[in-house]
Write a protein that binds this ligand. Structure first.
Ligand SMILES: Nc1ncnc2c1ncn2[C@@H]1O[C@H](COP(=O)(O)OP(=O)(O)OP(=O)(O)O)[C@@H](O)[C@H]1O
Ligand SMILES: [Mg+2]
Length: 337
């Protein structure tokens, strides 16, 4: 295993009865970077994080975090990492400040140090005003921030955030993104799970797409998009014309799809080909008038759809809670380039 990989999982398996929650998960996170683990409900994200954070033992496979084996060296791993997420363990009856001090004391900080650290973290997460209130009165966004603050009490160099922004309103999400960026700027290595494509696109240096307990694709957002195909060309004609598809065909990589009214044409074109002018000239040469021409870059949505056959979750769906079962995953190799 490479020294530069702060988190490395190789072929992790975990079953709960007949459910294969992880069916061979391999992940790698270089020092000082963010890996986004992207997947729909039930994909195995939390299970993977739980194995990496020593909360549950893999059935098979190996994982190292900060150079330590998560099974053989579980105690030492636990002392080096911070984790937040769906298993959040804040004490509802205590105030925000009391929670942070308690975690500091449990982590063997001295009384004065635990108090100072609590004050510093409340301030950093804009919770100073709420610090003396019981957690049970906190909003979702405040809770997430306190949860993240709690994971930072011991100044861990490796952080696992399980869906850090699920259910947050747009303002709270942006604020959380800012905090996450600051942590990485300070040198923290971070693995975050998310169902939000924009979050992975914005924050992650690399993305692993997980579905049905398996990593079905990984790479940078740009690489994943490139694997799905080049750009999508969309042309709207002033009027249907029988020669339009033929005129487009020299510029496109696959078939040209034609709308029912014959006015809208769509096709994939090679990336970065700058074909707009050539397309318009070719259509013009055939006497075909164009109303509109657009290039659309594949989005992570297109990637997710191509890989999982499932439309990606939007922030709105996720709040409402979608649990649609997904069809069998398509291997990345089978996705047309
Ligand atoms: N403790 C458990 N007991 C039984 N089944 C479990 C347990 N934990 C997870 N599972 C099952 O394993 C599968 C993967 O679950 P997991 O929580 O890892 O998914 P996830 O990707 O985190 O989903 P979500 O986006 O909904 O949080 C699911 O089918 C889930 O029902
Ligand atoms: Mg989960």
């Amino acid at each position: 295993m490479s020294d530069d990989l702060v988190i490395e999982a190789v072929d992790l398996h975990k079953s709960y009865g007949a459910t294969q929650a992880a069916a061979g998960v391999s992940l790698a996170v270089p020092r000082g970077t963010i890996l986004g683990v992207l997947g729909p409900n039930g994909a195995g994200k939390t299970t993977s994080v739980r194995m990496l954070t020593t909360m549950t033992r893999p059935d098979s496979g190996t994982a190292r975090v900060a150079g330590l084996d998560v099974v053989a060296d579980a105690d030492r791993v636990r002392r080096r990492i911070g984790a937040t997420g769906q298993d959040a363990t804040l004490d509802e009856a205590l105030t925000g400040r009391q929670n942070l001090v308690l975690i500091g004391r449990l982590s063997k900080l001295g009384r004065a140090e635990a108090k100072a650290r609590a004050t510093e973290l409340l301030d950093r997460f804009d919770l100073t005003g709420a610090g003396e209130r019981q957690v049970k009165g906190y909003s979702g966004g405040m809770r997430r921030r306190l949860d993240l603050a709690a994971s930072l009490v011991t100044r861990p160099q490796v952080l696992f955030l399980d869906e850090p922004t699920t259910g947050l309103d747009p303002t709270s999400r942006l604020r959380m993104w800012g905090v996450i960026r600051e942590l990485v700027a300070d040198g923290t290595t971070l693995l975050l799970t998310t169902q939000y494509l924009d979050e992975a696109d914005e924050l992650a240096d690399a993305i692993s797409v997980i579905d049905h307990g398996r990593v079905i694709a990984d790479g940078t957002a740009a690489e994943l998009k490139a694997a799905v195909g080049g750009q999508q060309l969309e042309v709207t004609l002033s009027a249907a014309h029988p020669g339009a598809a033929g005129a487009l065909s020299p510029f496109v990589t696959g078939a040209v799809s034609l709308s029912d009214d014959g006015r809208h044409l769509k096709a994939a074109v090679p990336p970065g080909s700058g074909t707009a002018t050539a397309v318009i000239r070719a259509l013009d040469a055939e006497g075909i008038a164009v109303d509109d021409l657009q290039f659309h870059h594949p989005s992570l949505d297109d990637v997710f759809f191509a890989l999982t056959g499932t439309p990606a979750t939007t922030a709105d769906d996720a709040v409402a809670g979608t649990t649609d079962p997904t069809p069998d995953a398509i291997e990345l190799e089978e996705v047309p380039a």
